[in-house]
Design a protein around this ligand. Structure first.
Ligand code: C2E
Ligand code: MG
Ligand code: MG
Length: 597
């Protein structure tokens, strides 16, 4: 490419120089001859360096045409008797100048042409000018030698072009080989993830519909452990080979580990896809012979079919992956992506990815909702609730979306420490209490109580100001351990409330087992108590039950003044709900929190 620019600059320079000569009136015979020749040489360099196939072919054919014109003119001059000794070097050298940058094929074609042309021209010249001094044989020998040397010099150019082309080809092969290696999975020889994605991206605009298939082998790790890695490798190779044998497979790749991906060709339409997937599954999961026995191979397949204008590549890949997970969990061999079933899974996996960084980036914030005395309506406590702010999603995820995920990822305590720290920084807890939600998994963390106490100490808040809200799940697993921790917490001064009472598997014996101070009656009863006398009776029974057990009762979900009055009449101690106040970020409304009646 550099030669190309050198040529372009040179031509511009020559044009400039000639222009200068012309303007200054110095366009002498020499300037007119030398500068255009210089420009032609540079032009040839420029064009020969050009990589574009069309430009090159125009250039090559142009050179051949100049070669032919040259000879036509010389033959004309020669046969008209205008040949001079001075012309011999010209007819030997100028054609070389025309052809030197051509490729091997053209050079080898032109070498005999040059030989014949020189032979004819020199023969004519000799018979016109040398007939007196030399015999016919001598003329013939001279003629032959000059023509052979001239033809041979073109052959020399061909040899140079040959070695140049071979070097180019070797370089090309090397680049192709390196590219191939970078795109191939070393073990199975299939494409790797990167190459697969590149191919899909290239294919995307040219196909209206696409079906992407995700394959994950079942129990591959135990198989590897049981039979050894050599066998594991054999299984992967066998699966790769089997995928390749399935009809209509257009692309196949090993994405990593025991995961493969397949793209079916355009003929495999949505209607027939299930059949293709069935064939694919049957093919992959044939037992593999190994020494004297057989190794069973299992696989879960997920596939997603979509219109390329509606779907993004990554969206379709994720969809196939999600469907594969569903197939694996349900043990159904394969599953097609179904937005009704799988969209939730996709959303959760996105939340999973984002949640950790949200905690780190301070997007997880503390909100509090007031809890008031049912008759005086004095705010006696706040409930600490977590909010995910500025999440970047269309709508900020609600705790119902991300709390279960945080629980799964073991992040609930981290969230509690962050939000509690923020809340204690802002809240004055001399008059009111603060209720925190604690799930069973949080409770059993070895340092739960110590960490909690440490935070309280830092903010000079006594455990008496804190209520731990637990749900009935606490009584389902590790009951003894949970009870022991709750007792310990109570001994330290924390109050314990049973949250959402009446929603789970409320068994009355639980109230006996768990060390409790408060009962929070679920909001669903308030909502239903308007219309259903049964709900109203349960609500009343729950309030009375709390009273009889010596527990403070709190009714959640009070959305209207009427509801608040009714609940107060039923004898509830405290109430919580949107009518009193919605949960608010502690940072947004700091002063409101100190409202004591
Ligand atoms: P919860 O502990 O029962 O909290 C009360 C939930 O009811 C809150 O929902 C609150 O906004 C909502 N609520 C309060 N008053 C009303 C009302 O009048 N009407 C209606 N329709 N809803 C009302 P939120 O904040 O979405 O929290 C949902 C659940 O998520 C909470 O239920 C709690 O179990 C859990 N949660 C929230 N933050 C945390 C946390 O930091 N840690 C843990 N472990 N769980 C949390
Ligand atoms: Mg709660
Ligand atoms: Mg609740």
């Amino acid at each position: 490419m550099h030669a190309y620019w050198v040529g372009v600059l040179g031509v511009c320079f020559a044009a400039f120089l000639y222009g200068l000569y012309y303007i200054t009136g110095k366009d002498t015979w020499l300037a007119r001859a030398v500068i255009p020749s210089y420009a032609i040489i540079l032009g040839i360099i420029t064009l020969s360096a050009h990589r574009n196939f069309h430009v090159k072919s125009i250039f090559f054919n142009g050179c051949m045409a100049m070669f032919a014109l040259f000879w036509l003119k010389n033959f004309g001059d020669g046969f008209m008797g205008h040949s001079r000794a001075f012309d011999i070097p010209v007819i030997l050298l100028v054609p070389l100048f025309f052809v030197m940058t051509l490729d091997v094929k053209r050079l080898l074609m032109l070498a005999p042409v040059q030989f014949i042309c020189v032979f004819i021209y020199v023969g004519a010249f000799a018979s016109q000018n040398l007939a007196v001094e030399f015999s016919q044989r001598e003329q013939f020998a001279f003629n032959l030698v000059v023509a052979a040397l001239s033809g041979f010099s073109i052959c020399l150019f061909a040899a140079v072009a040959f070695s140049r082309e071979r070097a180019d080809q070797n370089l090309f092969n090397l680049v192709a080989e390196t590219e191939q290696l970078a795109a191939t999975d070393g073990l199975t020889g299939l494409m790797n993830r990167r190459a697969f994605m590149d191919k899909l991206r290239a294919l995307w605009p040219n196909r209206s519909e696409i079906c992407i298939v995700f394959i994950d082998l079942n129990h591959f790790k135990p198989l590897n452990d049981q039979y050894g890695h050599a066998v594991g490798d054999q299984v992967l190779c066998k699966v790769a080979q089997r995928i390749g044998d399935v009809p209509h497979v257009e692309l196949s790749a090993r994405l990593g580990g025991d995961e493969f991906a397949v793209l079916f060709d355009a003929e495999a339409c949505e209607e027939t896809m299930e059949l293709h997937i069935e064939t694919l599954h049957a093919q992959i999961t044939q037992d593999m012979r190994w020494e004297s026995g057989v190794i069973p191979i299992g696989a879960s397949i997920g596939y997603a079919h979509g219109q390329t204008i509606e779907q993004s590549l990554s969206g379709l890949l994720r969809a196939a992956d999600t469907a594969m997970r569903r197939a694996k969990n349900a043990n159904t061999h394969w599953a097609k992506f179904n937005p009704l079933v799988d969209n939730d899974a996709i959303a959760s996996s996105t939340l999973e990815i984002e949640l950790k960084s949200a905690i780190k980036n301070g997007q997880i914030r503390a909100a509090v909702q007031p809890i008031a005395n049912a008759t005086s309506l004095d705010v006696v406590a706040y409930e600490l609730l977590t909010r995910w702010t500025n999440s970047g999603f269309e709508r900020d995820p609600s705790p119902k979306d991300f709390i279960p995920i945080a629980e799964k990822l073991g992040l609930l305590n981290e969230i509690l420490w962050v939000t509690l720290d923020e809340a204690l920084e802002r809240l004055d807890l001399t008059e009111q209490k603060l209720a925190i939600n604690v799930s069973p998994a949080q409770l059993v963390a070895s340092d739960f109580l110590e960490s909690l106490l440490r935070i309280l100490e830092r903010h000079e808040v006594r455990p008496h100001a804190i209520t731990i809200e637990i749900t009935e799940e606490v009584a389902f697993r590790n009951v003894e351990r949970n009870v022991a921790i709750l007792r310990q917490a109570r001994d330290l001064g924390f109050a314990i409330a049973l949250d959402d009472f009446g929603t789970g598997y409320s068994s009355l014996s639980m109230l006996d087992t768990l060390p409790l101070d408060k009962l929070k009656i679920d909001q669903s009863f308030v909502r239903k108590s308007d219309k259903s006398t049964q709900s109203k009776s349960i609500l009343l029974a729950a309030i009375r039950l709390a009273k009889q057990l010596g527990l403070e009762s709190c009714v959640e979900g009070i959305e209207t003044e009427q509801a608040a009055r009714r609940i107060a009449l039923l004898g509830a101690d405290t109430i919580q709900g949107y009518w009193l106040g919605k949960p608010r970020l502690v940072q947004e409304q700091p002063r409101q929190l100190k409202l004591v009646s």
